[in-house]
Write a protein of this length. Structure first.
Length: 206
């Protein structure tokens, strides 16, 4: 029962982050719809959360729509192990960020501790290449939250933080698809406005 109470407390604490997730979703919709990409990374259970996020973007969340570029950096096991072997585990994400990220792209880093060296180096590299970094972490303040452009910190133990992160991932996906639908509707309205007026059959021009 203590675990359940902790989860409920953590989830209630996420209400204050709703505006941030809405803003992130709108930003992500604009970036990916313009040909950018999202990169995501984490360790252990957080790696699973990161891959969940990328799967929702490449596939779909609530609604059928076109796919978008999203890469889970731990998913390429050959790159991960080669980099770890040649450069050390602390570089496994940073080197991939340098390879894949372009200015304006988004890097999402998930960590229950906020202290993982490989994620801190990834955030530093993202800043160097001009990508935006968002972090989902455990209790703040912590080094990763400080290194990111923006962060949502969750109070609680490791398992509670991971469970809350999944809720945040889903909120981000929902905000993304809502913002994308609004962009599509605006684009369609602009196309409709540019169409020539339809002439009524049989009408006499004056």
């Amino acid at each position: 029962m203590n675990r359940l109470s902790e989860v409920v407390t953590a989830l209630n604490g996420l209400r204050g982050s709703a505006g941030t997730l809405t803003r992130w979703g709108a930003h992500l919709a604009a970036r990916l719809d313009s040909g950018g990409r999202l990169l995501a990374a984490g360790n252990g259970g957080s790696a699973a959360e990161a891959q969940h996020l990328t799967a929702e973007l490449v596939g779909r969340f609530d609604h059928d729509r076109r796919p978008f570029s999203a890469i889970a950096l731990h998913g390429d096991t050959s790159s991960l192990t080669a980099i770890g072997n040649d450069y050390g585990y602390a570089e496994v994400f940073a080197r991939q960020v340098r390879a894949h990220a372009r200015p304006g792209d988004v890097l999402v880093l998930l960590s229950t501790s906020g202290r993982s060296e490989n994620l801190l180096r990834a955030a530093d590299t993202a800043r160097q290449v001009g990508a935006v970094t968002w972090a989902l972490t455990g209790p703040g303040p912590n080094p990763l939250a400080a290194a990111a452009d923006e962060a949502v910190c969750v109070s609680g133990g490791t398992t509670t933080v991971q469970e809350a992160h999944l809720v945040l991932v889903h909120l981000l996906c929902a905000s993304f698809e809502h913002a994308l639908a609004e962009r599509d509707a605006e684009a369609q309205a602009e196309r409709d406005a540019r169409l020539p007026a339809q002439r009524v059959p049989g009408a006499v021009a004056r």
